[in-house]
Design a protein around this ligand. Sequence first.
Ligand code: SF4
Ligand code: SF4
Length: 173
Amino acid sequence: MEGNGPLSGTPAPVGLILASRNPHALDSVACRIIGIPGDTVPTLSLAEERGLIEGDPVIVGDDPALLTIAPFRLPDTTRPAGLLMKLSRKVLARFQRGSRFLLPYPEILSSACIGCGACVRICPVKAASLHGRWAEINLSQCIRCYCCHESCEEAAILLRQGLLSRLILGNRQ
Ligand code: SF4
Ligand code: SF4
């Protein structure tokens, strides 16, 4: 599946079966195939820091370089890996309120919303609510977990770049 998920992504059959004893090694190979730089994936960076991936994974089977899928549409939450982004994260992590301006925020696409309420039921902080036929999100309550975005089968919840993120990283939407 490519694009935003896990419910509303677009199926992208690749015809591969990947398996490994080391889940991080498997993720790094999968990322390579679909064109996600490993250092933009927090779990991979941390796994590397903790020594859970040692060097390049040994591939038994087809060469991933020959299997590269391009272009593969990445989710809207994908962030660049540059030094500026890392610094911004460190600085803003100290200021929870500030990080809200850096992280993408959910926005309801009212033309697609059918008022099913799935986002309301799943929101852990009750920031999503139904008003008439449409859902609404109270961004001052929202903790940017994106459960609503992932649970919406109508792809009616977009992820927009925050203001600070647009200023620092440029407009990518
Ligand atoms: S889950 Fe999607 S379709 Fe359902 S109420 Fe929320 S935004 Fe609307
Ligand atoms: S991103 Fe998380 S906290 Fe924010 S509205 Fe969606 S489910 Fe609620």
